[in-house]
Design a protein around this ligand. Structure first.
Ligand SMILES: NC(=O)C1=CN([C@@H]2O[C@H](COP(=O)(O)OP(=O)(O)OC[C@H]3O[C@@H](n4cnc5c(N)ncnc54)[C@H](O)[C@@H]3O)[C@@H](O)[C@H]2O)C=CC1
Ligand SMILES: O=C(O)CCC(=O)C(=O)O
Length: 424
């Protein structure tokens, strides 16, 4: 089947509509039943909570939080929690659906969920963030559970927040329940390899795609947008495999050095500078958006949604895009990239290394047994390579982009699960 133009969506791209337009194309390719289509197009549960928090100055601020469960047909729902001022319900709905497709693409037994709180953690003290995390957990204690819904980190959250979440949930249960959340500190039952897992999956799928495009990693110029967990690990591991990372960026702007940035130095600088690259001297500062249109072999967007859009897709010069972030390419931009022959390894495949190792963490917690770092990385690399090959093969079978192929693989698995479970 030939590539089908996504259904037009209104002026500003809405992440949920963007997700649905790809879902629609894949559903058509598969000839998906109306019943399954109608079930999967909406989340099974959407919860909105209001969280009054006493701030350090004694004032009370009310924060709005969300948890959306898109599907739990494959198993307990799984997905991170985002702390960011731009969080909104449609974004969380899209992120939850992407989790369903992602878990199905890498064939792990989870459904999809996502959570978020509208807040700016950079302007909050650790005490305020702790109270907010505990209040959010308390409000959702009936939703979360190791067999129901298992959160993890996303933008603005990390092991520290997961530890508070685990503690608050455990208090409510009257016992320690470490399998309720993944991405925890090692001492609380976190898995070796989880911190770097998403960036590692980006590296593995980037190398697999570079092989198909005959790009030699040792001659490859790479740029990475976003220098948090995913971006800095993707940059580190691609540099380790021989690539030259010529540009990185964060919210403060982009930093470019055509001879290659020393990624360890950039990380050291960021860690000593309150998480920001502002003032980094190992590269020239350029406008954040200019990073996307540099002369590159590989572009890794690893910050947030909708950064590659109809407004800049025709200026992208990279031969390959590997999506560390969720939803960095708008649906309308897909066709432009396709026309230019740019290969995009989609988010639901490229960044699935994180949830894969989260699954390993949950398995280890339930076994009460710790795996070695080597076992974690060997198994997750295998899963990522197999998933890439399966999606690549499907893209050839259906004559569609890797993105639509990934949706086809995922939706087919979820639809078959519905059939076998006898729901329709
Ligand atoms: N942490 C994880 O395991 C996973 C994260 N993801 C996705 O990866 C993306 C990044 O997540 P994390 O690295 O965890 O977040 P993070 O909070 O650790 O880092 C986010 C980074 O993006 C930067 N950023 C924000 N807005 C930006 C902009 N407009 N331009 C350039 N940089 C900008 C921030 O300054 C920061 O460096 C998100 O889309 C997230 O959903 C996907 C799979 C798993
Ligand atoms: O590790 C997880 O469970 C989920 C990570 C996540 O939120 C994502 O893959 O987008």
């Amino acid at each position: 089947m030939a590539y089908i133009e996504p259904a037009p969506i209104k002026d500003k791209e809405n992440p949920f509509e963007s997700m649905m337009s790809r879902f629609d194309i894949a559903a058509k390719c598969l000839g998906l039943d109306d019943e399954v289509y109608n079930v999967l197009k909406s989340p099974v549960k959407q919860v909105i909570v209001n969280l009054p928090i006493t701030m350090d100055d004694g004032s009370v601020q009310v924060f709005e939080g969300y948890r959306v469960i898109h599907s739990n047909i494959l198993g307990p729902s799984k997905g991170g929690i985002r702390y960011d001022m731009d969080v909104h319900l449609d974004e969380v709905k899209a992120l939850a659906a992407w989790m369903t497709w992602k878990c199905a693409v890498v064939d792990i037994p989870y459904g999809g969920a996502k959570g978020g709180i509208i807040c700016n953690p950079r302007n909050m003290s650790p005490g305020e963030i702790e109270r907010l995390t505990r209040a959010y957990t308390g409000a959702l204690v009936e939703i979360f559970g190791p067999d129901r819904d298992i959160p993890a980190p996303d933008m603005g959250t990390g092991p520290r927040e997961m530890a508070w979440l685990m503690d608050e949930y455990s208090r409510a249960q009257g016992m320690t329940v470490n399998a309720v959340v993944t991405g925890k500190p090692l001492v609380l039952g976190g898995s070796l390899g989880r911190t770097e897992a998403t960036g590692r999956g980006v590296m593995i799928t980037a190398l697999a795609a570079m092989e198909k495009l005959k790009i030699n990693p040792y001659h490859a110029k790479v740029a990475v947008q976003g220098f948090g967990n995913v971006g800095s690990w993707a940059a580190t591991l691609l540099e380790e495999r021989g690539a030259s990372v010529v540009a990185v960026s964060d919210i403060s702007g982009a930093y470019y050095n055509d001879s290659g940035i020393d990624i360890n130095k950039a990380i050291e600088y960021r860690n000593a500078n309150n998480g920001s690259l502002e003032g980094f001297k190992g590269a020239e500062k350029i406008a954040g958006d200019d990073l996307l249109t540099l002369n590159l072999d590989v572009l890794v967007p690893a910050a947030k949604e909708d950064v590659i859009t109809v407004h800049n897709a025709d200026q992208i010069k990279a031969k390959l895009i590997v999506e560390g972030a969720n939803g960095p390419t708008s649906a309308k931009a897909d066709a432009l990239l396709n026309d230019k022959g740019i290969m995009a390894v989609p988010d639901i495949l490229a960044n699935a290394g994180g949830v894969t190792v989260s699954y390993f963490e949950w398995v280890q917690n339930r076994l009460g047994y710790k795996w070695t770092a080597d076992r974690v990385s060997r198994r997750s690399d295998r899963i990522m390579k197999d998933a890439f090959n399966n999606v690549f093969k499907t893209s050839q079978e259906y004559n569609v982009s890797l993105r639509i192929a990934a949706y086809i693989v995922a939706i087919d698995k979820v639809a078959k699960t519905y059939k076998f479970r006898g729901r329709f």
